[in-house]
Design a protein around this ligand. Structure first.
Ligand SMILES: [Zn+2]
Length: 302
């Protein structure tokens, strides 16, 4: 822990990720706080408050889990899907610090919900898929868990404990104000003996080291997660200062990033037979395609 860390007066700590490890307890974690990046993503759509909140939570989770990836080519995708929900699709992804995400929803059904509906109220019966694409190696790991419990964070905890057998604690907070949205999150995991691989020899959910760290991490308050004047280092220190050693490392600078392009949509449209493309063109011969993530419209002539 760098004790000489003195933030500049008036500094704000947003769009950052901080990694931390408590080696003596075999615990690793991430802290994330989103500000302008979150508002850029949200500004691409005219979402009602309930959906802004859900997408903000999902983007924090995406940043927390994406920042666990070791290689810059690796991508994390979070996808919630349902048949009968007010929202039937949520997709967020993370690649090299770049975040994006969107929701598909039924306007009339969402209007009946409060400003912060539970996961079942918003998605009905659905599932959450977490996919790690391992870049150059072409390997892909996907875990799917039911969308149950009160929050998306809870579903992600279930993903780690069920699909990866890694005891995991996740907390997320979202605050909306006149200046926009701020969101923050913490992820803490127990990896016995510094284990990093996916093959687990044995799993103990009741390890005393983990119980201890989970109690400390679980004491984090929503106000701390979204306090833009509180650095992530200071927050780590508040939580774990009684431990003999806590190491921290800054992760990628977070940005809003979309990978849509004319070339990409042209290549997709080229796969359709001409007999179908003919119905997609407007009277001037242009096929308009809008990116679900960022709402940019591309006018493709093909
Ligand atoms: Zn886009």
């Amino acid at each position: 822990m760098s004790e000489d860390f003195v933030p500049a007066a008036g500094a704000t700590f947003v769009d950052q990720v901080l990694g931390f490890t408590v080696a003596s307890r075999n615990v690793r974690g991430r802290l994330v706080r989103l500000g302008p990046v979150l508002n850029e993503v949200l500004a691409a759509h005219d979402y009602p408050p309930a959906l802004r909140h859900a997408l903000a939570e999902a983007l924090v989770l995406t940043a927390l889990m994406g920042s666990l990836l070791k290689s810059p080519e690796n991508q994390l995708t979070l996808q919630a899907q349902s048949q009968d929900g007010a929202a039937d699709l949520l997709v967020c992804d993370y690649l090299e610090g770049k975040l994006r995400g969107y929701l598909r929803f039924d306007t009339a059904a969402v209007a009946l919900l409060g400003s912060n509906p539970s996961v079942p109220a918003l998605f009905g019966q659905g599932h959450l898929a977490v996919t790690f694409d391992m870049g150059e190696s072409g390997q892909r790991y996907q875990g799917i868990v039911p969308l149950e419990g009160a929050s998306l964070a809870g579903a992600c905890e279930t993903y780690f404990t069920q699909s990866e057998q890694i005891p995991t604690l996740i907390r997320v907070a979202v605050r909306s104000g006149p200046d926009g949205c701020t969101a923050g999150g913490m992820l803490c995991q127990h990896l016995p003996e510094g284990e990093e691989g996916r093959e687990r020899l044995h799993v103990r959910m009741d390890d005393p080291d983990w119980d201890h760290i989970a109690a400390l991490g679980g004491s984090i308050r929503h106000e701390e997660l979204v306090d833009t004047g509180l650095s992530l280092e200071d927050l780590t220190w508040r939580l774990f200062h009684e431990e003999s050693e806590v190491r921290v490392a800054h992760g990628a600078v977070l940005e809003r990033g979309c990978r849509c392009s004319s070339e990409y949509y042209t290549s997709i449209l080229a796969r359709f037979p001409e007999s179908e493309r003919v119905h997609m063109r407007d009277e001037s011969g242009v096929i308009a395609v809008d990116c679900a993530f960022c709402s940019r419209v591309f006018e493709i002539v093909l």
